[in-house]
Design a protein around this ligand. Structure first.
Ligand code: ADP
Length: 356
């Protein structure tokens, strides 16, 4: 059994890596709010997968450096947890510039976005998460800022109103969204690069798991890493969450080492099935089958019946169920696919035989 430990020196305190006990205590992981940062890849080599994106970016970054110009504005989209924030951080690190992170809901008032734009320095990156949620006013302030690096400010009222053009430093805007379709056309058109992040393969997620285990000093076999990867729904954030949970089980119930059996048994107890579906995902599929004959049924009805937020269903549950082919989106609502029925061990109405 190969025990992999691969500390890349990503901000983990030295002392904690050198302790005799190789397992980082769960309480330290759980309440350490620098956890996300400590395991976030900081360069292209440690950023696993998304090879097409990385290749394009490497060239774009090199060209910007040669031209001594700021990078084009970029938009990354895809389901949560696939690495949009992380790749933005990698870009900033590779360019040797600071990145300011904010999100659209934090830019409610004009002065929020004006304040942040005016505080930027030349070459810096402004990262706006959930950019599809920007309001119209903030968007309109952004247009000239993105295009001409200016702020158009109006002073005075009605007839005496004047527009002031305030120059801004040349910055790069990186937007991230789970819903590219909800971005207005004019905003989308102002991005020089638009890229969709893909779900990760099982091999890539196993690498993510092994890398995180190395950083956290968690002992895990390659088979154990694959067992976690298979149930991580193609998403590194989930892989990282599951490894923490499984490490807890390994510490308390086993000898501290995660192998395939420990991983599978722990994930079974956590009710994460072989497809990576959790209780909410299965409840969603069962609801459509049991109450709506497999669908189609509207998303609002599903959300209300599950007492979940529509946004959570749309952003968190659905993308993977659709990608895995368990759910289908039709103009009349969501439908469980034959594969979805099979996954729950149920028969489609057409297979159940009719009485008449
Ligand atoms: P998003 O912004 O798309 O919601 P994040 O960039 O916050 O996702 O990534 C979520 C977590 O997954 C981070 O903690 C990061 O460590 C990990 N992660 C994301 N992408 C990768 C990757 N390509 N390789 C390794 N780990 C990754």
């Amino acid at each position: 059994m190969a025990i992999i430990s691969d500390n890349e020196g990503l901000g983990i305190k030295k002392g904690s890596m050198q302790k005799k006990n190789p397992i980082v205590k769960p309480e330290n992981i759980e309440y350490d709010n620098t956890f996300e940062n400590s395991i976030r890849p900081k360069n292209f080599d440690s950023y696993i997968g998304q090879s097409a994106l990385k290749e394009t970016l490497k060239i774009t970054l090199e060209a910007a450096k040669l031209r001594e110009k700021p990078l084009d504005h970029m938009l990354f989209y895809g389901p949560p947890g696939l690495g949009k924030t992380t790749i933005a951080g990698v870009i900033a690190a590779q360019m040797g510039v600071e990145m300011r992170i904010t999100s659209a809901p934090a830019l409610e008032r004009p002065r929020d976005i004006i304040g942040i734009l005016m505080s930027l320095k030349g070459g810096e990156i402004l990262f706006i998460d959930e950019i599809h949620r920007l309001n119209k006013v903030a968007e309109e302030i952004l247009y000239p800022a993105m295009e001409d690096f200016t702020l158009d400010m109006t002073t005075g009222k009605s007839q005496t109103a004047k527009t002031l053009r305030v120059p801004l430093p040349k910055f790069t805007l990186i937007g991230a969204t789970t819903k590219a379709g909800e971005l207005s056309g004019p905003l989308r058109d102002r991005f020089g690069m638009i890229h969709r992040l893909e779900f990760y393969t099982c091999d890539e997620l196993a690498q993510v798991v092994l890398r995180t285990a190395g950083i956290l000093d968690i002992k895990i076999s390659e088979e154990g890493a694959y067992a976690i990867a298979r149930r991580s729904r193609g998403t590194p954030r989930i892989a990282n969450r599951l490894i923490k949970r499984v490490a807890d089980f390994a510490l308390v119930k086993y000898d501290g080492v995660i192998d395939e059996t420990v991983a599978n048994e722990s994930l079974d107890i956590l009710k994460i099935d072989e497809f990576g579906l959790d209780t909410t995902d299965r409840a969603l599929l069962s609801l459509i089958i049991d109450k709506y004959d497999g669908g189609p049924v509207g998303i609002e009805t599903i959300a209300a019946a599950l007492s979940e937020d529509v946004r959570t269903i749309e952003d968190v549950c659905e993308p993977y169920l659709l990608q895995a082919g368990l759910l289908q989106r039709t103009p009349r609502g969501r439908k469980v696919s034959p594969e979805g029925y099979r996954h729950l061990g149920m028969k489609m109405p057409s297979e159940q035989g009719r009485l008449f």
